[in-house]
Design a protein around this ligand. Structure first.
Ligand code: C5P
Length: 223
């Protein structure tokens, strides 16, 4: 079974996906981390974010691997071409660079093929922007999770403070969220939009636990 969770940055997808996966005993796949890995590798190699061909080559030629810690079914760390980039992909520089990278159709084609291979291997909660529309249009349950930009910026600042990476300046984070929403929603290749059959949930003013409970209920109805 695939549960697709799509939505804009900071809507709470990661927290919700991990919690749903734990409760239902599913694995989970963070597809945004994969686009972040390609952006990191491009910056590391000094590749211009305008060079679509070089970006596509990076996405195509470098393995992205998620690794688990002993006894925990959910992945904790991510690497590209053997380099552990778990923290390095969460910086403000990557926040700024990732959306142009994700707008390149050949980058998406390479990563979508990997995502489909991973997801088809078992029961997965898959989070991203185009999971219900492009990666797993056949997913049994599709959720489009959103929240107001102000709420998402507040949550992202709190998350960055906890993790000790990324900007903790509310105005900087809000501006980045608004800019990324704009690029992600207006690009030609698989823009951010709800699938026709997605259940839409606005998490503004709801606790994360309420959202998690609702998704688990829906999954049980489908399963
Ligand atoms: O989810 P996260 O904020 O880590 O995603 C980083 C970026 O990767 C998004 O802003 C978007 O540009 C891109 N992305 C995408 N398609 C996905 C997941 C992420 O285009 N399925």
């Amino acid at each position: 079974m695939i549960i697709a969770i799509d939505g804009p940055s900071g809507a709470g997808k990661s927290t919700v996906s991990k919690a749903v996966a734990r409760r239902l005993d599913f694995s989970c796949l963070d597809t945004g981390a994969m686009y972040r890995c390609v952006a990191w590798k491009a910056l590391d190699e000094g590749v211009s974010l305008d060079d679509a061909e070089a970006l596509a080559r990076i996405a195509h030629d470098n393995d992205i691997a998620f690794t688990h810690e002993a006894g925990d079914p959910l992945p904790r760390r991510v690497s590209i071409a053997g380099a552990d980039v778990t923290d390095a992909i969460r910086t403000a520089e990557i926040d700024r660079s990732v959306s142009p990278v994700a707008a390149v159709p050949a980058v998406r084609a390479a990563l979508v093929a990997q995502q489909q291979r991973i997801g088809r291997a078992g029961n997965y909660v898959v989070e991203g922007r185009d999971i219900g529309t492009a990666v797993f249009p056949e997913a049994e349950l599709k959720v489009f999770l959103t929240a107001s930009a102000a709420e998402r910026a507040r949550r992202r600042v709190a998350q960055n403070e906890r993790r000790g990476v990324g900007s903790t300046d509310y105005d900087v984070v809000l501006a980045d969220i608004v800019r990324r929403d704009e690029i992600d929603s207006s690009r030609d290749a698989s823009p951010l939009k709800p699938a026709a059959d997605a259940v839409q949930m606005d998490s503004t003013g709801r606790t994360i636990d309420q959202v998690i409970d609702r998704i688990c209920e829906l999954a049980k109805e489908k399963g």
